[in-house]
Design a protein around this ligand. Structure first.
Ligand code: DMJ
Length: 566
């Protein structure tokens, strides 16, 4: 359910580990579409309005309205609606996660009456936790609720939202009231706490390292310096510990926030596994976006990004043995190193969650003027697009494995179908040694440890970035194909549902030829996925990347002149 904290360990998950010492001295040719610019977005010329693709835009809006109507009728004010049964769920203290996550999308899609109704309803959410004593998921509530409220305010200028922003901001900020200033990730927060909370000792790295943008923007719009102080203190902790891990430059997936100050190394010693997927993802994204937002105040985000990107390029990104597509494709995997002296082990398991990395490298290439990163981001984005196109349903699975090229020396490797046939029959790649399911895999994929599609946004997010940065229609056409597959297999009577197995052709006799669906729809479907699809087909001046920075839940915050770093 919450992608950050629990990488689903499917029963048939395997451990297929490659010894890895490879260097990616690559990325030559594919950077051809790079243009040096002091803007993030491509120069679309004056007549940007004409670039909206109205019928595609309408199609996305229609799906949003379908799901929103389901939420209005059956899930109103709940955290999420179950799209098959119409039941509701309250996994985030019952503070109407879907309502708040969707606010800015309603505004962007010009659903004015719905926006007005949603703002009015938002004013009734009671963020006072003193009686309820709900254990607040700091990361999720910050990116979804606080981010959602701030973005709705930034876009619409709706002043009535401000008291709710302050009430929630104060509550969440109390999490920083710990002995070392590292925020408590799961505490029964209260405003003006009389006692200190305990920082978390074993917590997802992303949950600690993805709070800067929201609290920084909160400081800017409230002019309350306390929030910025906490942001900078947290930033310092990450900067101090970046080279303390067993892969310097990267922080492990789990960190020990109770050890910061005095116990140095242990913060980055919470675990030995490194990725840009679950548990880690947005912490790297926020280095680039932190600089974009606050680069005039501190150079720390840039320094950290430079170190982290070096390690990601070297240890996390790989090329795979898949059929030639005519495009440069790259993927992200998982590295493990138990001590400074041991080998680095590499697991080529690619997660949908890691698909944001294409957009991240693309954005970084603009922000830090690094042309070669532009090509990396493009190849990573195309790697995710490939996974959509290759699957029988046209949807990428949550996690899958393709084998890395044997020589990561810059040249792509040739796909060999007989080797691939043998590899996928390797019991290590099969669920309980039963390899019969692997017959459906597209060429190149040797294992699928989690075949679900959970309505996630990361792939279309990167496609959106590349469209806005290049103006190349290829990205919108690809995005349209992705949208059609998502629409076809996720639409349900109440809204849209996650998909059970994207590797299984639907049986024409069953479920009307549609995929088997799951009774789950997280709020990011409204806050992120449909928003990125919609913006992809809108005029490129709508929420321009030169004026806004998107938080990790796709909530745009206004960039402030004189403080921003690019
Ligand atoms: C979103 O809640 C955020 O994008 C988060 O950072 C990671 N991904 C989920 C959706 O998949």
């Amino acid at each position: 359910m919450q992608r950050k904290y629990g990488r689903p360990v499917a029963a048939f998950a395997f451990f297929f580990i490659f010894l890895m010492y490879f260097r990616l001295g690559i990325f030559g040719d594919s950077s051809s579409s790079w243009t040096s610019s002091n803007k993030i977005q491509h120069d679309f010329g004056k007549d940007v309005k004409s670039l909206a693709q109205i019928s595609r835009q309408r199609a996305v809006r229609k799906e949003f309205i379908h799901a929103w109507t389901g939420y209005q009728d059956h899930g109103w004010m709940s955290d999420s609606l179950r799209p098959l049964t119409g039941r509701t769920e309250n996994q985030f203290c019952g503070w109407s996660a879907t309502l708040v996550d969707a606010l800015d999308t309603l505004w962007i899609m010009q659903l004015d009456e719905e926006f007005e109704e949603a703002v009015n309803a938002t004013l009734n959410i009671d963020f006072d936790n003193s009686q309820k004593r709900c254990v607040v998921n700091l990361f999720e509530t910050t990116i979804r609720h606080l981010g959602g409220l701030i973005a709705a305010y930034d876009l619409s200028g709706e002043q009535r939202l401000m008291p709710q922003i302050v009430e929630l901001g104060e509550l969440l900020h109390s999490a920083f009231n710990t002995w070392n200033g590292m925020p408590c990730s799961h505490c029964a927060l209260v405003r003006n706490p009389t006692e200190t909370f305990g920082p978390s000792s074993n917590i997802a790295m992303a949950a600690q390292g993805s709070l800067y943008l929201e609290f920084a923007r909160l400081a800017q719009i409230t002019e309350d310096a306390r929030y910025m102080k906490s942001v900078l203190q947290l930033t310092d902790a990450f900067a101090r510990t970046q080279n303390d891990s067993t892969i310097p430059g990267l922080w492990p997936e789990l960190v020990d926030a109770s050890s910061v100050d005095g116990f140095g190394r242990h913060f980055a010693g919470g675990s030995f596994t490194y990725s840009v997927g679950a548990l880690s993802d947005s912490a790297y994204e926020y280095l680039v976006k932190g600089h974009l937002m606050l680069g005039h105040l501190t150079t720390k985000y840039q320094t950290m990004w430079t170190e982290a990107a070096r390690a990601i390029r070297k240890y996390i990104i790989f090329r795979a043995q898949i059929p030639e597509t005519g495009k440069e494709l790259m993927f992200t995997g998982i590295a493990t190193r138990y001590s400074d002296l041991s080998d680095i082990m590499f697991e080529p398991r690619t997660e949908h969650l890691g698909c944001f990395a294409g957009g991240m490298f693309g954005l970084a290439s603009r922000v830090f003027n690094q042309p070669s990163d532009f090509a990396i981001g493009e190849a990573l984005t195309n790697g995710c697009v490939w996974a959509y196109q290759a699957s029988p349903l046209g949807l990428m699975p949550e996690t899958y494995t393709a084998l890395p090229c044997p020589l990561m020396n810059g040249s792509a490797c040739e796909f060999n179908s007989s080797t691939w046939e043998e590899d996928k029959k390797n019991p290590a790649h099969c669920h309980a040694s039963d390899c019969s399911n692997n017959d459906n895999f597209p060429e190149g994929i040797v294992s699928v440890s989690d075949a679900r599609y959970l309505l996630r946004p990361e792939a279309i997010e990167s496609v959106f970035y590349y469209w806005r940065m290049t103006g190349n229609e290829y990205w919108r056409d690809i995005g349209w194909e992705m949208f059609k597959a998502v629409r076809k297999h996720t639409r349900s009577s109440y809204a849209h549902a996650s998909v059970e197995n994207v590797m299984k052709e639907p049986d024409p006799e069953e479920y009307g030829g549609r995929a088997i669906q799951r009774d789950e729809m997280e709020s990011f479907w409204f806050g992120e996925t449909l928003k990125y699809f919609y913006l992809l087909f809108s005029e490129p001046s709508l929420v321009s990347l030169d004026e806004y920075v998107f938080n990790t839940e796709a909530h745009p915050f206004k960039l402030t002149a004189g403080v921003r770093g690019f």
